[in-house]
Design a protein around this ligand. Structure first.
Ligand code: SF4
Length: 505
């Protein structure tokens, strides 16, 4: 255990009573958002995100994380005791220090994803997790004389005590991918320092797309890549209130709208994911909230820490999504009477192709926990190879699973009559005939299931889910490179084994 960690733990209160909790309720979260300065733009300025139909459903998603943390049945995995404050805090704001912590973090994300598809809060939480390890690492380099880690701990304490769900802003706009960040014709393609003063720094640039961006109280900004020695201005990590002077948050994907029908799927009707493009224009960040500034050598490490912990989060949420796909595929096959052998195909074989993914990804998540390593900072880091493999499998298999679901569902999900006609005295009996398949399944339930499949596989919202599974948390190429690099040592052993078996000296 590091000296700093010992000091942090000495400061802990031994009070374990209920009053030593710092947990917000969903209502507290909404109130905090309503009080913020208006800087969210959809097609026009949004005064209060809680009163906007679509943003409100994104807020519903984050609210579930607050609700579950207050539920006595889920407290064990939704909360943790902070070594910084000695109080019970939301597990999303707690830095895992043991494999048991990772198990509980896994359970939290998996449980939330079962309800919401995407819990959204992982990105900001993983940014805190990465900053914890990153700031500690930089401070160990005594030639740099930095004190980022104690600064960050103060910030983390603030986040814990106010139970804030920050957004994590990692992906820069990036500009022309063939040109280095410092040579971009548009300097704002990467967030950078514009000016340094005694009190802090001024930053400009664009981060996009940012999960939870339109309904976060705070934004944690990290570098998304390694920068070169002449690119020190881009080597910046910091945290700011999301309504700080100079920030504009643009709500993305205008087509992804709140569904409102009686038979609409839960995701769309109650929950919706909304992302933001965050534009920073000469935003002032006081030094106490700056967690990297110019130490370009460490930018890649910050990005790597984030990538590993976020891909571990994917290992926790994606099994829930694949399980939902499996359930929808099995049910529609039952409703349509296509279970078992049907013409040339076998529904079991198709179902297996979806079903296997959940357990494969879960297995990678468990391996990432088993081989996790304690870092000098005191935080435990999931194994990068297995975390990346879990994310890689989910990205690769998701389009295949969607395609199988489309195959099993037939054309009905995209050929549904208007739902209000189902209850119509004149048209209802005619319209319901299209659902006359398996006896005992009501036309309404048939409609509901087809509408769920449409939402997952053939809607704007489903498109966002599919793109997100592919690109969220980094590209497939980076995942492959990480898996390959992590396997190099093993590859030498593999070659040795092949030589031995072949009889090569
Ligand atoms: Fe968390 Fe998964 Fe959503 Fe990312 S995609 S924020 S890991 S639930």
């Amino acid at each position: 255990m590091t000296k700093l960690k010992v000091e942090v733990q000495k400061n802990c209160s031994s009070d374990t009573t209920e009053s030593s909790e710092t947990l917000k309720t969903p209502e507290d979260y909404r109130k905090a958002l309503s009080k913020m300065k208006a800087n969210i733009v959809k097609d026009k300025l949004v005064r209060d995100p809680c009163t906007d139909k679509e943003l409100d459903k994104g807020i519903n998603v984050v609210s579930v994380s607050y609700e579950y943390a207050n539920d006595p049945k889920m407290k064990d995995f939704m909360t943790a005791k902070s070594p910084l404050t000695g109080k019970t805090v939301h597990r999303y704001n707690y830095i895992p220090q043991s494999k048991e912590d990772l198990e509980k973090r896994y359970e939290m994300i998996n449980t939330l994803a079962k309800e919401t598809f995407c819990a959204q809060r992982c990105v900001g939480s993983d940014a805190l997790y990465a900053l914890f390890m990153g700031t500690f690492l930089v401070d160990q380099d005594k030639t740099l004389k930095t004190d980022y880690h104690p600064r960050f701990l103060e910030y983390l304490k603030y986040v814990q005590e106010n139970d804030i769900a920050p957004a994590g802003a990692i992906t820069d706009a990036k500009g022309d991918r063939s040109i280095a960040p410092s040579d971009q014709p548009e300097r704002d393609s990467y967030v950078h320092v514009v000016e340094k003063t005694e009190k802090g720094v001024y930053v400009s640039g664009i981060k996009s797309p940012i999960t939870m961006g339109p309904y976060a109280e705070e934004i944690c900004v990290l570098p998304g890549r390694q920068f070169a020695s002449h690119e020190k201005d881009f080597a910046i990590a910091f945290a700011v209130p999301a309504d700080a002077e100079g920030i504009t948050r643009f709500v993305l994907s205008p087509e992804v709208k709140a569904l409102e029908g009686e038979f609409s799927a839960c995701h769309g009707k109650k929950y919706l994911n909304k992302e933001a493009m965050i534009v920073f224009e000469n935003v002032f960040v006081p030094w106490e909230r700056v967690f990297l500034c110019g130490e370009y050598q460490y930018t890649g490490r910050y990005a790597d820490f984030f990538a590993t912990v976020h891909r571990f989060s994917y290992c926790a949420c994606k099994p829930a999504v694949f399980d939902l796909l499996s359930g929808a595929a099995a049910l529609i096959s039952e409703y349509n009477g296509t279970e078992g052998k049907y013409l040339f195909s076998d529904s079991k074989g198709k179902l297996f192709e979806i079903l296997k993914n959940s357990d494969m990804i879960k297995g990678m998540g468990q391996a990432a926990i088993k081989f996790a390593k304690e870092t000098e900072s005191g935080a435990v880091l999931p194994d990068p190879k297995y975390a990346n493999l879990g994310k890689f499998i989910s990205g690769e298999q998701f389009p295949k699973a969607i395609s199988i679901l489309q195959d099993m569902a037939g054309n009905l999900p995209v050929s549904l009559p208007h739902e209000n006609l189902l209850q119509d005295k004149e048209y209802g009996p005619k319209v319901k005939k299209v659902f006359a398949r398996k006896e005992g399944v009501s036309p309404e339930d048939h409609y509901r299931l087809n509408e769920l499949i449409r939402t997952i596989a053939a809607s704007d919202e489903g498109g966002l889910l599919q793109f997100g599974t592919r690109h969220g948390g980094g590209t497939v190429e980076v995942e492959k490179a990480t898996i390959y690099t992590q396997s190099l040592k093993k590859l030498q052993e593999c070659k040795k084994a092949a030589r031995r078996q072949a009889g090569i000296e």
